[in-house]
Design a protein around this ligand. Structure first.
Ligand SMILES: *Cc1c(COP(=O)(O)O)cnc(C)c1O
Length: 372
């Protein structure tokens, strides 16, 4: 018996992963070196510097978790929460709900701010929640809710959270390297992202950064972090240059990939990259609306890189249509989640998948299929 696997060439226009640049794939094919090899240590330092540059932060505790975005989420919460702590979590889609689940597993008492899917949390809701829970350890929210395509304003809420003496925790998995995100300027205390969305590197790593305020909270814990693997007291020594101490073995090839993908972002320029996502979104939006698609999210809170759209009534069998897109056109898009299953599509234009060619391709395919 011989096992072979040759993945088809797809165009990835769903909620992630996105297409990877050939330079990133080539980097992954480079020879393995040891994770304590001086060349590797040096490259990890460069990765840290590039993550700081793209998060727009000077936070010293900035590093990459050796696991996907969900592990970054867990890293932020398990390190900051102790049993009995109170926290506020904003839920307007799948990922806010996931944060609640993790926080409760940490033994925290969670106050939820629940907003209908597709909407964003308002400053007023946060103020109300701070009345019933005036001293939460942290307030957590999702910057770019990939389940709905809503982009959460952060800055105003940040002041309110700090005035309450709390930490602001932000999920930036689908915003980082695609839309404006300014960690220091916005006063974000703990942030996590992922490699598979706008960065266009393979899934499997999660950049994380903690502000000095968050580091203080971490250092004054009374109990041990419940997870050994994600305990920053241990992990941080693995990201301190030449003094590196063995913690676990970094996924060497994946770190090659994030290094090259970050280089591509820096070559393009962060702001140019934000602009590209907005411009390609504008083109896609006009074409989709011409075909009768309607956006789920109000204009002012729309995430440009994840387009959640109701399809026109002429589309009767959305799931077959999505399969045809995949099987006959090699284009992957996402279906709806939760209450939106079978009601919306989620079309991602992230990183390498964010080009005019991608727009032309999907619009051309849709025109052909909708004419049938
Ligand atoms: C994709 C995503 C995650 C989880 O990342 P994984 O890499 O799938 O673990 C978390 N939050 C948001 C907003 C996401 O889009």
């Amino acid at each position: 018996m011989k096992y072979t696997f040759n993945p088809p060439k797809r165009y990835l226009m769903g909620p992630g992963p996105s297409d990877a640049h050939p330079r990133v794939l080539k980097a992954m094919a480079s020879p393995l070196i040891g994770h304590l090899d001086p060349h590797f240590v040096n490259m990890m330092d460069e990765v840290k510097a590039m993550v700081q540059n793209t998060f727009l932060t000077k936070n010293d505790l900035t590093f990459v978790v050796s696991a996907p975005g969900s592990a970054g989420m867990e890293t932020c919460l398990v390190n900051l929460l102790e049993p009995g702590d109170e926290c506020i979590i904003c839920i307007n889609g799948v990922f806010g709900g996931r944060m609640v689940d993790i926080a409760e597993r940490c033994g925290a008492k969670v106050h939820k701010i629940i907003t209908p899917w597709g909407k964003v949390t308002s400053l007023k809701q946060v103020k109300e929640a701070l009345k019933t829970c005036p001293n939460p350890k942290l307030v957590a929210l999702v910057h770019a809710e990939t389940s709905t395509g809503a982009l959460q304003p952060i800055q105003q809420i940040s002041d309110e959270v700090h005035n309450a003496g709390s930490l602001l925790v932000v999920d930036a998995v689908t915003s980082w390297c695609g839309v404006p995100l300014k960690v220091d300027e916005w006063g974000i205390d703990a942030i996590y992202s992922g490699t598979q969305k706008n960065l266009s590197a393979p899934p499997g790593l999660s950049p994380v950064s903690f502000s000095p305020r968050a580091v203080k909270v971490l250092e004054s814990r009374k109990t041990k972090v419940q997870s050994w693997f994600l305990d920053l007291n241990l992990v941080k020594n693995y990201w301190t240059g030449a003094k590196r101490a063995y913690h676990h073995t970094a996924p060497v090839s994946s770190v090659y990939a994030i290094h090259e993908a970050l280089n591509l972002v820096i070559e393009e320029g962060l702001e140019n990259r934000w602009k590209r996502h907005q411009e390609v979104h504008n083109k896609l939006r006009i074409s989709l609306e011409n075909l009768g698609f309607k956006y789920l999210v109000d204009k002012e809170n729309r995430l440009p890189n994840l387009n959640s759209v109701y399809f026109p009534v002429s589309i009767k069998d959305e799931s077959t249509l999505r399969s045809t897109l995949l099987n006959d056109f090699n284009i992957e898009i996402g279906g709806g989640l939760g209450d939106f299953a079978g009601k919306i599509w989620r079309i991602g234009i992230m990183g390498e998948s964010c080009t005019e060619n991608h727009v032309n391709m999907i619009i051309g395919a849709l025109k052909e299929l909708m004419d049938e």
